[in-house]
Each structure stands twice: as C-alpha cells, then as structure tokens.
Design a protein around this ligand. Sequence first.
Ligand code: PEP
Ligand code: MN
Length: 341
Amino acid sequence: MLIVMRADATDEQIERACAAVRDAGLAPHPIPGKSRVAIGITGNTGPVDPGMFSGLPGVVEVIRVTRPFKLTNREMKPDDTIVRVGNVEVGGPEIVVIAGPCSVETRDQTIHAAQSARRLGAHVLRGGAFKPRTSPYAFQGLGPEALRILDEAREATGLPVVSEVVSTDDVPLMERHVDVLQIGARNMQNYALLKRVGASRKPVLLKRGMSATLEEFLLAAEYVITHGNRNVILCERGIRAFSDYSRFTLDISIVPELKRITHLPVIVDPSHAAGKRDLVIPLARAAIAAGADGVMVEIHDDPKRALSDAAQALTVPMFAEMMEELKIIVPAVRRGRTVTA
Ligand code: PEP
Ligand code: MN
C-alpha cells in the first residue's frame, strides 16, 4: 500500500498519516519524491483497508501495491534512486565504472591496479579482502591486511572502494575501511547478512544470486531497505544456465526489466558472467547499451599471476580499450557526460 500526499502537504499532515499507519500496527516509510512525498506501508500480512488513510488531511490517494516487493518498487517511488559513493553518483545521468582486482593479493599489485583504474577513468576501485571461494583450498583473501592496503589505494588515487563482506561479524571492520559493502552472489539470500548491512550507513552493492529470479533479487534488496538502508545498487553478474563456453550466462534482459520495475540503480559485472577475458569487453558494451547504470570489471597487471579469477581479469591495455569503447556507447544511449579519462 502507498499513501500519496498532496504536493503542498505539511510536515504535520505527513506525520499524522505515518501515525495512522503505526496505529494500524504497520510500518510507514516516507519516500520523498521530486514533487511530493509518498508513504510506503509494509508489515501487513493481508489486504489493508485503504479507507483507513484516504480521508486523512493532505492525502491525495491510496494505491495498492500488488507485487511482493514494495520499497524497491517504482510504483512506490517513481524517481530513480541515486546512490552516492564519495563524489560518485550511481544511478544518475553518468555511467559509473568500477574496476580493480578480484582479490587484494599484495600492496604493489593493488596500488598498481588502482592507479591504472584511476588513470583510465574508473570511478570506484574494487578489491576482495574476504573471498567466498568455492573450494576451501583456494586463496581466501588477505582479510584485515587487504583492508589496510585498500585504504592506501584510496589514499593514493582518491577512488572510493567497494569490497565484499561475507560475514555479519566482519561488518563493523569493513565499515571502517570501505565505501561500499558488496554482498556476493552466494550470499544474496543470506538473510542475517542482508539485515546486518541494512542497519549500516554504507551503501550496499547487492549481486544477483546465480539462480535467483528477479523477484527473489528484489526481495533480497527489500531486506536491506526495510532494515533502514535505502542505498542499494543492484548488480547482474550472470546466472547458471547450460552454457558450455562461459562461466555463467549474462542475463542482459534483466537490465531493462529491472530499470522498469525498480527505482534502484542497476550495474552489470561482465567479468564473473564471462569467466574469460575475451568476452568481457563485448558484454560491458552490451550492458551499457541495454541501459545499465554502470559496469564492474576485474583488472590485473599480470593476470597469469592472479590468485583468483585469473582467466577473466582484463589486462590494463584491455581495460583501456574497454573505456575507449564505452566512450562511444555512452553518448549513443544518451547518458550524461561521457566517461572521462
Ligand atoms: C566478486 O565480485 O569478487 C565475486 C566473488 O563475485 P560474485 O559474488 O558475483 O561471484
Ligand atoms: Mn572474482
């Protein structure tokens, strides 16, 4: 249910409508829009009588939201959500490029990758400190030491940092070091973790689970938002299908569908979808052409020495080529200022 307030509704009228929602045992979520405030209602297990709210002063109309996802739904909030990461806006007119190594391996490797990313026009640095690896024998990440290296990389380049959090216990530590908390595909339905990052003030980059439907993906985002954190960036990273030539299958069609259904920013990670570097640039082009708000790619100075996801890491010259190609695509889809090098 959504209560739409008049454009000239007073703060008192908005508060009164929120109080009426609370009195009904439900939770009000005021959503400021360009011209008016709407109040999303959650917490009901069955239908709510719109008559409880439609006669209140300042209320224009009460709309039923039929889909199970409420706060991520564009019906609730028609304006795009813009997530601020340092000075970068994700979901605004400009396309955002996130680049960096899969894992932080050494100080030099990370600083070099960060400097290349910065020089070639990336807006955000990525780098895994805690790695969710399929095999317990694979490199698990440097942990806290990686976070210190990422701090240095931020200092050296000015780029904000995104890194994955794999456990609720690590959230306070991660919050001290990173600008965006990434929830990986394998944790998209880790509800304890979703609730915990929902209580954080740091933006969340939520990756789609490899077998998640659009509805499951948005309900995962809903967990974060209902726990108080509206700054969620969605990331399509490939789903499991029957491809025998790529690691996953990039579900490009979910990009325009998400943009239609939700107000949240949507980015694409072509690296994990492809699993091999030669596919990454064409998939990045496709993502932007399909309406994504940005891309996240893995880069490495010397991919053959990478400790994780070596086959999909772009070399620095390849990353430069990708940025050049995006400079052609970005204006073609009428997205603000082009990526600047
Ligand atoms: C990653 O971005 O490093 C990662 C592990 O990705 P995903 O969760 O999409 O597999
Ligand atoms: Mn990786």
